[in-house]
Design a protein around this ligand. Sequence first.
Ligand SMILES: *Cc1c(COP(=O)(O)O)cnc(C)c1O
Length: 404
Amino acid sequence: MKLPIYLDNQATTQVDPDVLQTMLPYFTQIYGNAASRNHEFGWTAEAAVEKARAQVGRLIGASDKEIIFTSGATESNNLAIMGAAEMYKEKGRHIVTSAIEHKSVLDTCEHLEKSGYTVTFLPVDRYGQVSVDSVRQAIRPDTILVSIMTANNEIGTINPVAEIGALCHDMGVIFHTDAVQAAGKFPLDVEKMKIDLLSLTAHKIYGPKGVAALYVRRRNPRVRLAPIMHGGGHERGMRSGTLNVPGIVGFGKACELAMKYMDAEVPRLRRLRDKLWDGIRAGLDEIYLNGHPTDHLPNNLNVSFAFVEGESLMMGMKELAVSSGSACTSASLEVSYVLRALGVGEDLAHTSIRFGLGRFTTEEEIDFAIEKIVTTVKKLRDLSPLYEMVKEGVDLKSVQWTAH
Ligand SMILES: *Cc1c(COP(=O)(O)O)cnc(C)c1O
């Protein structure tokens, strides 16, 4: 077993060796520009891109013509929201989203608010779920877009996306979902789930970083997007720029493998994640699960360890690569906005750690992690006067703290 152990698969994943092998020839041998229509180099590159487009489409039940390649899910989310907002602005300027979307959705919506759009940021319940009813109540005659993530990247909660999709379809509102974390974890079908726009990214499913896709529905209804990138008119005019051929080839392979492995991988991940949770619970008290008890990604575990600062805990167990809060905000010590939206108190939120398991996580690593977490938390709690008081039966709320 090699240390440190990678348990941050919601932040990014290792490139699968089979994905890498598939990509390699496209750097040095088949290096043509997929838009070069005049020679063999261009033709073979284009054929490889089209094969990958079909592979990506297949993962979500879409046709290849409905896949637009981008540089990341950040761009896919920007294109979906900005593109729909611009295209349908004569129809209305109201957007519905949730309070715990990825920053690439929230910041894009906030940006639109500055230019005359109104955005409803729906609250979530204590498990991080958006209710279908709250979406129904938020939709107005001028609503043009609903954007609700399939599964959350911090707490792993899965939303009732098929129900929200059906509702939006009935009400004639475009439905976008950020399915980055859900891809490969359970079957996605844009037809059954009535999804109009869907974001994916390669690096969360064992593909390379910097390549992603946006699914754009072509019929029933046909969704049109104004481009946010202007240039040569690639990707049906929706996303200009020379295609990242090796990256796209790798992304396609990653999608193929995700489908191939899903049936075996998901139960394995769930078993290891449950083992981790059971092991932590057996060794420690005063711990709290953040996220939904059942509608939950199989590879995510977000736990608050009361009386232990998340940052100190991470420092105390450097053998484990985990994350406190979201990787995108962990540069600052602000409490995660996701946990805040769940109603997790400031104190407990500061003690939270996210464990993200993946395809390459082993049983041995989970055994090591349990042992490391339990001993480190115990050690830190031994230094905590608050924990000691609670153990002695003192009700902390009754204590009169003196200001200094
Ligand atoms: C990682 C992530 C993104 C951003 O994807 P990039 O390809 O890194 O830009 C968007 N949404 C969710 C839910 C994510 O986990």
